[in-house]
Structure formats: structure tokens, C-alpha cells
Ligand binder design. Structure first.
Ligand code: SME
Length: 165
């Protein structure tokens, strides 16, 4: 799948979400859809060095489908950027990861990050994490559209099904 690149980032996201909507099939296993979302994001935005999902189990986030270098397999809820996002149920936009207290450096080359919670009926089921080697790679436009993506995921897929054992 290739997404037509647009000068306007919002327009790129609009097209991307339309394609992801078409890709997500509620009758297929959840991981199938999550895997394709990571591919679609990585292909669309060259500034992304790592993109992937972590899913909640007990008091931890466990690594799900991703694109990029090998990453930490588990993160305690409340720790790092991902654990903070899951704990607060709020998107974390981090222009400089070196200034984020407790940031977990999976990739030493990462300089900025955005993490979006995946929520259904006020429960957090996981997070979507995007990293970049560029500083300030993600802004309010990314936040707006990635939150729309998280909404699409929770509307289209049954998150109450067991995502990870
Ligand atoms: N930096 C994240 C850890 C996950 S990796 O970036 C893939 C964090 O601080 O939670």
C-alpha cells in the first residue's frame, strides 16, 4: 500500500485514515489490523524511526506489532513515556525525550516521541508509540490525527477480545 504524499500533513493523515479504515476488518484477528497500521504509518512518514503498539496486561505494557529496531518487551504502567500515557490516559507529545523524566531509551538515536492511548469505554487497552531521530518531529497536528486513529481503532475493533495472552 502506498499513501500519496501531500504537502499538507492533515491531508496526508486524512487519506491515511481512510486507507486504514478500509484495511481494518473486525472479522480478522486483532493483531492483523494492528500490524498493518504500523506498516502504513512507517511508510507514510519518513521521520518515524520506530512505530508500534504496547498492550496492557496486569500492571504492564507488553510489546505488540511494530516497525523498527528491536524494542523493550515490557514497560510498567506509570513509567517512561508509554507508561505515563497509559496511566494518565492522555497523549504525550515529547519534543525532546532527553528532557522527559524517566524516558526509556529503547533506541539511543531517538530524540522525540508521541504516545497515544487506545481507549474503549474509559479503559486503556494499549498505546501507540511513535519515535523519531529528529527533535520535535511530532506536534498538535499529529496528536489530533493520531487520536482520531485511536478512535477509529476502538470503534472498529473489539478491544475487549484478548489481544495478548
Ligand atoms: N521510549 C518509550 C519506550 C518504548 S520505545 O521508545 C519503543 C518510553 O519511554 O516509554
Amino acid at each position: 500500500m502506498s499513501i500519496e504524499k501531500k504537502e499538507n500533513k492533515s491531508e496526508t493523515y486524512r487519506l491515511l485514515l481512510r486507507q486504514i479504515d478500509a484495511l481494518l476488518n473486525p472479522n480478522e484477528p486483532l493483531l492483523t489490523g494492528f500490524a498493518n497500521i504500523t506498516g502504513a504509518l512507517k511508510e507514510t512518514f519518513p521521520e518515524i524511526s520506530w512505530v508500534g503498539f504496547y498492550f496492557v496486561k496486569n500492571n504492564y505494557l507488553f510489546l505488540g506489532p511494530f516497525q523498527g529496531k528491536v524494542a523493550c518487551t515490557r514497560i510498567k504502567i506509570g513509567e517512561g513515556v508509554c507508561g505515563t500515557c497509559a496511566n494518565n490516559k492522555e497523549t504525550q507529545v515529547v519534543p525532546n525525550v532527553h528532557e522527559f523524566p524517566g524516558h526509556i531509551a529503547c533506541d539511543v538515536e531517538s530524540n522525540s516521541e508521541i504516545v497515544i492511548p487506545i481507549i474503549f469505554k474509559e479503559n486503556v487497552y494499549g498505546v501507540l508509540d511513535l519515535d523519531s531521530k529528529e527533535f520535535s518531529a511530532f506536534n498538535e497536528t499529529d496528536k489530533t490525527w493520531l487520536e482520531k486513529l485511536a478512535e477509529l481503532i476502538s470503534k472498529k475493533l473489539d478491544l475487549t477480545k484478548n489481544i495478548i495472552d
